[in-house]
Design a protein. Structure first.
Lengths: 525, 362
């Protein structure tokens, strides 16, 4: 029998991703912290039109004034505002002859929009590369963006003479670009001077003397700081690491399964890469050793066209021909969310500055809740002090009481209070991690609720006072006292039944207190 | 889901016998029926085989009787409702694998504008809008023998405007090129293994997708009882249950093999019926006949005059099967034409998709 249990997905952290598809639509997918978990499609920009299919997209991911550039099939590069989808500019960028005939013969294949801004008047600078290897760099100023025709200074150069360019990638510092494709070896270009710096050499023929033509399908720079290490993926399912400072042949070459690799993305840690293949396999490699770290297993069944790594959070987004945008956790390699977007997707970009809004909210909440928690701890301490005994002694006392009254629920409350106390101590230590804290808080709150509900169940006559939104420690103390009183008043039968009900709990609570004591001792030691 | 429930139930019934004495309070709270049930010994608890089988048989008999009783009650309720002229109680719908299918977000909706826009943009649009007349090239794998040639012969009668080309020793990519140059709109490759057709490759041309089907349960015309011989009219096409986006695409692909203007005079119908991801192919000729209803003919000769005066006419449809009968199962759907080395797949069947019997992709 196949296993039918499903591993619970922990859900998606706050995230905003934009996808482009073959109908020329840009779709915005957002995951929010509030109804935690699933990502949802929020907006769709553009009208469906197959002739305006988007082939490549690039996002200048800035906190202020971000710009999304999309390259369309008809040879137009559009600059959009990624926040509301307004078109900022549209430029026809097909080689020297910007005619329709030229566009059809030589479509755009790759696009990169520069993140750094040279001046405020500039809307953006981008590199676009066509199938035949005509790369052009253009900058668009804000003044003549509206007219569309007047593009700023542009430089054009030929990447190659024959063959088809399939990708272009620009390093983090944005001064070097690499190109590769079918029948073209990897090229590294200096953008500022438009000169070729380095080109790869194909590996030697194998023992049978069989030589394969170069066919690169994807590539990326491995490290942020270092433009010399390049990861390139080939159509014959190889992942290669080139060190341009060292040699022209690949330093490492690894095979992965049996379908062409279509997408690659580098991890900011500087040695991992994520690759996606034509049959929908997604895997990560450590390029220091060339070892496969693991595969991402989901019901991904279509070719992966694009992978993008979130700059801060440990997650990647992938999309492709199966029309799903999938978001994966890179640490656990688990699928966090999958969104069906109806069309064959071409690229996905992540807007990393989206999450800024929501942490602010949580931050604003946190101080209050922290103060609350601290107050609670203080009150609990007071409670203990009022008994003028140390914690262990108090426990002992409680155990005696328990024996006398047969009411262990107090003990339970005590241990729970202790648990709370310890959690909050921990919390103070780990103030830096916001999420953990909030989770712990949630747990604490749950426990409070539990207590309340217990009190509600146990002494129904006195329930009138219970207010669910009031969470002061004092209330707890009062209730506990009430409980004690009610216990003594309660009839024998009820007590018996209560005891029966609680037997397993008592055992548990006993265990818990023991373990807690141990930990406490260790802590003291 | 239902299965899980079923699995969960037995332990909850079986568990109480052990903990029954200990938890007095729960029992007191009043689940006497459950307690009573728990006391009954299950056949599996008996070690003696004879006694066990005895008890098993007894339980089985009881269960059967219970079932029969319920069925009788239901039928009586229906009869009563009919007599009183009321609405009969709702029929119970059996739970099948299809109607307990896992919910799927990719199912096409009729109000989805993006779907229609996608249809207008896809590769089959020109054929389906009747701008181009479909023209199909049929070829085989390299070694074609056994039932392969016979199957192709019948396939050519099913699909109008189809042409057979010998495979020879050409590569498939060369044949694709050849077909593109001659304005074919589709290419079908019948693959035989051990003299038995076992796979079908359907390719849209010039840049359409390539679908690879597993072919099974092939029955040729001569093996069908009371089969008819098809005419050369353009057939009508029935595509059933292609619900998801993938199914829709496969359906459109199949649709693009046939001309879009059927000759209704020919009364030929070709059916592709999808059920649980298996596509069943049938080819029929139908006829509508007006017949005197059987009730009238059965009546005694005493009332012959009456029956003749009011000949109760009933239109019935009769089917005659002709042509082959086979089943297809989609294995892969490839983007672009046939290319095993550098092909990109839109959908690949992977073993980890088979973790549920209730998940379907078409």
């Amino acid at each position: 029998m196949p296993r039918t249990t499903v591993v619970e997905s922990p859900g998606c952290p706050p995230l905003r991703a934009l996808t482009t598809d073959i109908l020329g639509l840009v779709k915005v997918v957002e995951a929010h912290a509030k109804p935690a978990g699933a990502a949802k499609i929020v907006e769709t920009w553009g009208a469906p039109d197959a002739s305006r299919a988007i082939v490549a997209a690039s996002l200048a991911d800035r906190a202020a004034d971000p710009v999304l550039a999309v390259a369309r099939k008809n040879g137009v590069v559009e600059l959009l505002n990624p926040l509301n989808g307004n078109a900022l500019a549209a430029v026809k960028t097909v080689g020297p002859a910007p005619t329709d005939g030229g566009a059809e013969g030589d479509p755009l294949v790759a696009l990169h929009l520069f993140t750094r801004q040279s001046s405020d008047s500039m809307l953006g600078t981008f590199i676009a590369c066509t199938d035949k290897g005509k790369a052009s760099m253009r900058s668009i100023t804000k003044e003549n963006a509206a007219s569309g025709s007047g593009a700023g200074p542009s430089t054009t150069w030929d990447v190659c003479s024959g063959g088809n360019v399939q990708f272009c990638s620009v390093d983090h510092g944005e001064s070097y670009a690499m190109f590769g494709g079918k029948g073209i070896e990897m090229n590294l270009w200096d953008i500022t001077s438009c000169s070729k710096m380095w080109s790869a050499k194909s590996p030697r023929a194998n023992s049978l003397g069989i030589f394969t033509r170069p066919w690169f399908t994807a590539g990326t720079f491995l490290c942020k700081e270092d433009h010399r290490k390049i990861v390139a993926c080939t159509n014959d399912h190889q992942v290669r690491l080139y060190d341009t400072a060292l040699q022209r042949r690949p330093a490492i070459s690894v095979d992965f399964r049996e379908s062409p690799i279509k997408a690659v993305a580098a991890d900011p840690n500087g040695h991992d890469v994520y690759i996606g293949t034509g049959t929908g396999d997604l895997a990560s490699f450590d390029m220091r050793t060339g070892k496969l770290l693991g595969c991402y297993i989901g019901k991904c069944s279509g070719s992966i066209r694009s992978i993008v790594r979130h700059p801060e959070l440990p997650l990647i987004a992938s999309c492709g021909l199966d029309s799903y945008l999938r978001i994966w956790d890179t640490n656990t390699r688990q699928l966090l969310s999958a969104v069906f977007l109806k069309q064959h997707l071409t690229t996905v970009v992540i807007d990393s500055h989206f999450s800024v809004e929501e942490p602010e909210e949580t931050k604003s909440k946190q101080p209050e809740s922290l103060v609350e928690a601290e107050a609670e701890v203080r009150k609990e301490k007071k409670k203990k002090k009022s008994k003028t005994v140390e914690e262990d002694e108090a426990e002992a006392e409680f155990r005696k009481e328990k024996k006398k009254k047969k009411s262990k629920s107090i003990d339970e409350d005590e241990t729970e209070a202790e648990a709370e106390f310890w959690k909050e101590k921990k919390k103070k230590k780990s103030k830096t991690i916001e999420e953990d804290e909030t989770e712990a808080e949630a747990v604490v709150r749950k426990e409070k609720k539990k207590k309340k509900s217990k009190t509600v169940e146990e002494d129904e006559e006195q329930v009138g006072v219970v207010d669910h939104y009031d969470s002061d420690g004092e209330m707890h103390v009062r209730k506990e006292k009430k409980k004690k009183k009610s216990r003594t008043i309660e009839e024998d039968e009820e007590r018996d039944s209560d005891d029966e009900m609680c037997t397993p709990k008592r055992r548990k609570s006993g265990e818990r207190s023991k373990s807690l004591k141990k930990s406490k001792k260790q802590h003291i030691a | 889901m239902a299965k899980e429930k079923k699995r969960k139930e037995p332990p909850s019934d079986a568990a109480p016998p052990q903990g029954g004495e200990g938890e007095g309070k729960r029992e007191r709270k009043g689940k006497k029926a459950k307690k009573h049930k728990a006391e009954a010994i299950l056949p599996s608890q008996i070690k003696n085989k004879e006694k066990r089988s005895e008890l098993h048989a007894k339980l089985k008999r009881e269960k059967k009787a219970e079932k029969r009783k319920l069925a009788r009650e239901r039928s009586q309720a229906i009869r009563r409702a009919e007599e009183l002229g009321e609405q009969p109680p709702e029929r119970q719908v059996p739970r099948t694998i299809e109607n307990t299918r896992e919910p799927d977000e990719t199912v096409c909706r009729p109000d989805d504008q993006e779907l229609f826009a996608g249809n207008d943009a896809d590769e089959f649009n020109a054929v389906l809008k009747q701008h181009i007349i479909p023209k199909v090239l049929i070829t085989t794998c390299r070694f074609n023998s056994g039932r392969g040639p016979a199957f192709i012969e019948e396939l050519m009668q099913v699909i109008p405007n189809s042409h057979y080309v010998k495979r020879g020793t050409y590569e498939l990519k060369k044949i694709v090129e050849y077909a593109q140059n001659r304005d074919f709109t589709s290419l079908i490759v019948v693959h035989t293994n051990r003299r038995e057709p076992d796979a079908l490759l359907i390719m849209g041309l010039p840049d359409g997708p390539t679908a690879h089907f597993k072919l099974s349960k092939l029955i040729l015309r001569k093996d069908i009882k009371n089969h008819g011989n098809p005419t050369s009219h353009k057939p009508e096409l029935v595509l059933n249950n292609f619900t998801t986006r993938l199914g829709h695409r496969v359906g459109r692909m199949i649709q693009s093999l046939f001309p879009q203007d059927p000759n209704f005079r020919g009364r030929r119908v070709v059916t592709f019926h999808n059920q649980r991801d298996y596509i069943f192919f049938r080819h029929h000729r139908y006829i509508f006949e007006t017949k005197e209803s059987k009730v009238a003919s059965k009546d005694k000769k005493a009332k012959t005059s009456e029956s003749k005066s009011q000949p109760e006419k009933q239109v019935i449809c009769r089917l005659q099967e002709c042509g082959p009968r086979f089943t297809l199962k989609l294995l892969t759907l490839q983007h672009g034409t046939f290319d095993t080395k550098s092909g990109e797949y839109e959908w690949v069947h992977k073993p980890d998709m088979d973790t549920s019997r209730r998940r379907f992709f078409l």
